[in-house]
Design a protein around this ligand. Structure first.
Ligand code: CTP
Ligand code: MG
Length: 553
């Protein structure tokens, strides 16, 4: 919020300011020349997981003396970092330097006396802090600074976008405003770690890892938390230790299929979360889905969680997206703006249905960037050809091999601006032959559709699957129409008419009704240039062509 307020108070310098704040990557405008080395996905996961294991979550009184709070906790060992946030009450996330401090804190923590109700005595790392003498202590308490865990209101977003200097700056500003903060990322890993403690009661040594947009660098504040319960790590661990003439195996219960194993495991974990998981509410077991899952809300963090198991390929695709996001700083800026654009026009929804998903949109952006000349992103096949023995990965018979070391991938020579890329994205997909072609990031070129779903985007690793099988013809049609209209608006934009109190550029595209905006843009524009006339003609002719394209099979 502080940074947002600062941005709002300094029109004209948004991108410059944001770039100074940039910690992880280079300028979103200039592309890849200023790429800074990033950590490998597996390194980030391990570091964050270990950090989360040294961290506790504390529900605090609404006002608290920060100094006394930290003094109290440091009895158990030095505190490495902490932050507060609000979510139906005040919470603190406290990271100790050592794991032992957590055990020490747990050892002096009592079970609550609940009066008429009874408590399930589960000793988690989620605590409740109370004042011993509320009346005497109240005077010492004060409000603490809270880090924000949600995105700004649309009003603030429009103010922010309108005071940017260029469309490129708008895209960069949008990225900075919506991307997961350091604190939000920590809270995500901590939530997984708390769930891991519960799952570990059944499966000691298991790991609960976040995947999807929480870790693939494309997550917006407020996105769901996809979790993966990894049990095979336990097996690998013991297998490494086996030596000598004998081979020891566990006695196990056999069931007819892997799917049934997954369903049984998720069923008990779901029960456990429901009955013993502090703060886990609204637990739903969705075990008959293609990928069985347990859905629940983690009240204290405010995250909507989807827990799956036996889903290692999805973790691999998160790793692939992380790599693509790190390769060129324009990728994330473009993906965020497309995700926000799709949300603003209800092309995507938090409710499952016939809509396009964010995952599909991200694949479309990656594909589009592979199709530029020169390409901005390499194909998955070329990432595979750069892989070495260490990168080799086969999961359930699917080849998931690709290079993990960013330094081995040559930066792109393409210097196109974000503004141009945004326009071209809308034009490209506004005219894409969805009726016959499939989007395929493995080869980076259109392929004939192997089946008749309206939208076909090949799963990068399970190549026989279509990640957008759910999308209906009418939703695809809506996407195509909005893409065309948005391309048209961007071409219409007249730089001289930009003002800080009227929507322009990306802000116009995010307004709820594009059709209304067209009339708004029309009124204040000068006569159309030759290029716009041509564009209009091409849109007109392709819309007659494509209305049969997208409808016809
Ligand atoms: N996934 C997949 N195939 C699908 C849907 C999802 O492989 N048809 C995997 C992807 O790795 C995806 C992850 O599951 O990133 C989580 O799915 P989802 O939550 O739908 O997408 P996110 O990328 O997390 O985006 P969002 O911010 O909308 O949650
Ligand atoms: Mg998700």
């Amino acid at each position: 919020q502080r940074s947002l307020l600062r941005l709002l108070s300094c029109p004209g310098t948004v991108a410059a300011d944001l770039r100074r704040e940039e910690q992880f990557s280079g300028s979103a405008e200039t592309g890849s020349e200023d790429r800074t080395p990033k950590k490998r996905f597996s390194e980030v996961q391990e570091e964050r997981r270990e950090q989360a294991q040294r961290t506790v979550l504390i529900h605090c009184p609404n006002k608290i003396s920060e100094k006394r709070f930290l003094q109290y906790l440091s009895q158990h060992g030095p505190v490495n970092s902490h932050f507060f946030y609000e979510s139906f009450g005040l919470y603190a996330v406290v990271e100790f330097c050592q794991k032992e401090s957590v055990a020490s804190l747990q050892s002096v923590t009592r079970m609550p006396g609940l009066g008429s109700e009874a408590a399930v005595p589960f000793r988690s790392r989620y605590f409740n802090l109370k004042l011993r003498n509320p009346l005497n202590q109240a005077a010492e308490q004060s409000s603490v600074h809270c880090s924000h865990q949600s995105s700004p209101s649309s009003k603030k977003l429009f103010e922010l976008l309108c005071c940017a200097e260029s469309v490129d700056d708008q895209l960069t500003a949008l990225l900075k405003t919506f991307q997961l903060t350091e604190e939000n990322t920590r809270l995500r890993y901590l939530t997984c770690s708390l769930i891991e403690d519960i799952a570990a009661a059944y499966f000691p040594g298991c790991a609960v890892r976040p995947f999807g947009s929480s870790v693939n660098s494309f997550g917006k504040l407020g996105c769901d938390l996809d979790m993966f319960l990894a049990l095979d790590e336990i097996g690998n661990f013991s297998a490494q230790k086996t030596s000598g003439n004998f081979l020891m195996e566990f006695q196990v219960k056999n069931v007819p299929s892997e799917r049934i194993v997954t369903q049984k495991i998720l069923s008990v974990i779901g029960e456990c979360l429901d009955h013993f998981g502090p703060g886990c509410v609204g637990v739903q077991k969705i075990l008959n889905a293609r990928c069985p899952l347990v859905r629940f809300s983690h009240q204290a963090s405010g995250f909507q969680c989807d827990l799956t198991t036996n889903n290692r390929i999805a973790l691999k695709s998160s790793e692939l997206l992380y790599l693509y996001g790190a390769l060129d700083s324009r990728v994330r800026a473009l993906v965020f703006s497309i995700r926000c654009w799709a949300r603003a026009h209800s092309l995507t929804s938090s409710i499952p249905g016939a809509w396009i998903t964010n995952f599909s949109l991200t694949m479309m952006v990656i594909f589009f960037l592979q199709r530029r000349s020169p390409p901005i992103l390499p194909t998955l096949d070329s990432l595979k050809s750069l892989a070495d023995a260490e990168d080799k990965c086969i999961i359930e018979g699917h080849n998931c091999t690709f290079v993990h070391d960013l330094n081995r991938i040559k930066p792109s020579e393409n210097t196109e601006s974000l503004e141009l890329l945004l326009k071209e994205f809308f034009e490209y997909f506004g005219n894409f032959a969805f009726n016959k072609n499939s989007i395929n990031i493995r080869q980076g070129r259109e392929q004939n559709k192997p089946e008749s779903s309206p939208l076909h985007i090949q799963n990068p690793f399970e190549t026989s699957l279509n990640i957008s099988k759910n999308v209906s013809q009418s939703q695809l049609q809506k996407f195509v129409e909005l893409a065309r209209e948005s391309a048209w608006i961007l071409h219409q934009e007249d730089k001289e008419c930009r003002s800080s109190n009227q929507p322009w550029g990306l802000a116009t595209l995010l307004l709820p009704s594009v059709t209304n905006n067209i009339s708004f843009v029309k009124k204040r524009k000068k006569p159309a240039s030759e290029r716009i006339k041509n564009l209009l003609e091409s849109i007109k002719s392709s819309s007659t062509e494509n209305s049969t394209d997208t409808n016809g099979k």
